[in-house]
Design a protein around this ligand. Structure first.
Ligand code: ATP
Ligand code: MG
Length: 662
């Protein structure tokens, strides 16, 4: 590590963008803090006097039924972190009731259905009523405080209602992405010990119907502890209802009053379980607790996205993932603004769908993953239509965003009048941890920029385990002190939690990602540590080589992995998917190798370039590089857990391409 040259920061040094002036012209007032100096001042307080900072913001942003005395307790080293110890509050009260009392007619949910004109709005008053009724249904079915409820729902308002109904009575929700197979659902229901399942007859996405209830039926064949399934009628399909077990949502809610009192919960009571994307291995059932998680969601919404009263917030994430939890549901609702629940896909009925939604609902903040941006960039600029008169913040999450894609987002989508926030975080961090603040932080394309309040990043040398101080360093990313929304455990396996995050470098929270801190203290996420390629002692980031490949006009997506090499230890191998209308040939492969030599250096040049139709991705859209590594190593029979792969058929095609090339 020590003798390897730092390859990133200089390459991007010259490109710094200030928050665009035109963004302020669209602003209803001004950002919550004045400028970068005020960020620095507050940041310093959050690190040196965390109890003061977090105690104040917790009382400011959340409504408590009992105040706390102890702001934080426990430590990362011991894995027993606690926040706001004596406090009591209810998540649903904070997300719904307090806004419903103030302004019942304010829109809470903008439901944008799969078909363009099928949506509707749900006000805070209506949400309170709907949630209360479903909470009654759960309660009458025997669900108590602390029980787990599985939610397997399409992106419809009722998914949000189901989530909030659980937390209203103190039940723990475990949302399973409704694209998962029956086996994957079964595993998650069993692992979480869910006793109740909430689903719909069918889902509808991109014009296609998905048999959610049928998948639940298959999954539950091996889940004897599930007593009931509550079924929302979405499409009216003819489905099988198991007598005594299955309940129709519309029939049940008729039976109950439109109000039920929220259950006061202790700060550290579990709020939800959520299984990680499974990019690196078997998914982990990450557990978040109540107060700390809610505070992280609210505070990042306020400062990262610059949410103000009256805003209309659109996060394209699915509630099946952490982005959907924190930024479709909790963050906007805690702040009392309108949140879009989008049932469809960015490609249906055409590639303008996101842009049409932004225009139609006067969206103020939009948040999406690079995988969707790559798809839309590939589709062509002509699809981006609309004036986006209110759009101030454009967020990116989930993977490193290549500079080319970043610029497209800023220029073509944002028209240089919205702030791009590249937000780095994880299921386990609960909310954004390294990120620009909209309207405040200068932007560098491809950098997640600076730490959020309370986050003290450390760059650690992976070989020696020593922290690297100062700027211009590169290594693995860890955090030095706990923050309120950090996950408390992996459900059923505290040991796995300790081993994965807290005992790798004692006293630190280990992210599993590589990162560089540049000469100005900005952070560049380099991808997962497992994905780093080591060529002749140079530790190369897959993210960076991929970004170089994407700069080539014919490349739509790229994934880079290391394969063992007698001479250099490891060699770079690249997989590339082309934009429509480009053909795979040797001349192009050569050009791509040249492209990497030119933008990074000869040592990073791929030894082999495989041109394939599609990359292997998780259902949340992330590239699964471990599959590519296994295929190249000839270990196709040892691919590991592939249950979260979105299209398993791509694997065979990749195997064929690799065999053909050899
Ligand atoms: P698993 O933990 O099961 O392998 P996962 O890590 O993909 O799955 P998530 O918690 O959804 O599950 O994703 C977090 C990871 O996503 C981070 O550790 C990082 O690798 C990547 N990531 C998220 N946001 C960014 C970002 N802005 N820039 C770079 N990488 C990001
Ligand atoms: Mg992870």
């Amino acid at each position: 590590m020590a003798d390897a040259p730092s390859v990133v920061p200089e390459a991007h040094e010259h490109e710094t963008y200030q928050p665009p002036e035109k963004m302020f012209a669209k602003h209803p007032s001004k950002p919550h803090i004045a400028n970068l100096e005020e960020y620095q001042k507050l940041y310093k307080e959050s690190i040196t006097e965390p109890n003061k900072f977090w105690g104040r913001t917790a009382r400011e942003l959340l409504t408590w039924t009992r105040d706390f005395e102890t702001v934080s307790a426990g430590s990362l080293a011991d894995g027993d972190v606690k926040w706001f110890v004596e406090g009591q509050l209810n998540a649903c009260y904070n997300a719904v009731d307090r806004h419903a009392y103030k302004d019942p007619n304010r829109v809470a949910i903008i439901y944008e259905a799969d078909e363009v004109n099928d949506g509707r709005n749900v006000t805070y008053g209506e949400l309170l009523r709907d949630v209360s009724k479903v909470a009654w249904v759960l309660k009458q079915a025997g669900i108590k405080k602390g029980d787990t409820v599985a939610i397997y729902m399409p992106m419809i308002p009722e998914a949000v209602v189901a989530i909030l109904a659980c937390v209203r009575i103190g039940a723990v929700h475990s949302v399973v992405f409704a694209g998962f197979s029956a086996d994957a659902l079964r595993d998650r229901v069993l692992d979480a010990k869910s006793r109740f399942v909430i689903t719909s007859d069918e889902g509808k996405r991109g014009g296609k119907f998905i048999g959610t209830k049928k998948i639940v039926d298959d999954a539950l064949k091996q889940c004897p502890d599930v007593s009931h399934v509550l079924v929302y009628r979405r499409t009216g399909a003819d489905i099988n209802m198991v007598p005594g077990r299955d309940l129709w949502w519309h029939e049940e809610v008729e039976k109950w009053p439109s109000y039920i009192a929220p259950e006061p919960m202790n700060s550290e009571d579990p709020l939800f379980l959520l299984y990680t994307s499974g990019s690196t291995g078997k998914p982990k059932g990450v557990m978040h607790t109540t107060a700390g998680y809610l505070l992280g969601a609210a505070l990042t919404g306020k400062y990262v996205f610059d949410i103000h009263e009256g805003d209309r917030y659109f996060c394209g994430g699915d509630v099946g993932w952490i982005t959907g939890h924190t930024y479709v549901v909790y963050s906007p609702l805690l702040l009392g603004v309108s949140t879009v629940v989008f049932e469809g896909t960015p490609a249906y009925p055409n590639f303008s769908r996101y842009w049409d939604i932004i225009e139609k609902h006067n969206i103020t903040q939009f948040y999406v993953a690079p995988t969707a941006l790559r798809l839309l960039k590939r589709a062509g600029d002509e699809h981006v239509r609309g004036n986006f008169k209110y759009l101030r913040t454009l967020g990116s999450v989930g993977e490193p965003i290549a500079a080319e894609v970043w610029k497209w987002y800023y220029e073509i989508v944002g028209k240089e009048s919205a702030h791009v926030v590249d937000t780095y975080w994880q299921t386990e961090t609960g909310s954004n941890v390294i990120t620009p603040l909209a309207g405040i932080t200068p932007m560098k394309p491809g950098s997640a920029s600076l730490p959020f309040f309370g986050i003290e990043p450390a760059i650690i040398d992976p070989v020696s385990g020593e922290e690297l101080h100062g700027n211009n360093v590169e290594g693995v990313l860890a955090f030095k002190q706990s923050w309120p929304s950090i996950a408390r455990t992996v459900y059923g396996s505290h040991k796995r939690y300790l081993d994965t995050y807290l005992h790798v470098y004692k006293g630190y929270y280990f992210t599993g990602d590589g990162a560089a801190r540049d000469h100005e203290g900005f952070y560049w996420i380099r991808g997962r540590v497992d994905d780093v390629v080591n060529v002749s002692g140079h530790r190369l980031s897959t993210a960076e080589i991929e970004a170089a490949l994407i700069e080539h006009h014919s490349v739509a997506e790229a994934a880079v992995v290391g394969v063992s090499d007698e001479l250099t230890g490891q060699a770079v191998n690249a997989f590339v998917a082309l934009k429509d209308g480009n053909d795979a040939n040797d001349a192009l492969r050569k050009e791509l190798v040249l492209q990497v030599r030119k933008s990074i250096g000869p040592f990073a040049a791929p030894k082999a370039v495989f041109i394939i139709g599609d990359l292997p991705k998780t259902r949340s859209g992330k590239i699964m590089r471990r599959i590519l590594r296994k295929v190249l190593a000839g270990e196709e029979d040892q691919l590991g857990d592939v249950s979260t792969l979105s299209d398993p058929s791509v694997v065979d095609k990749i195997i064929a391409t690799v065999h053909e090339a050899r």
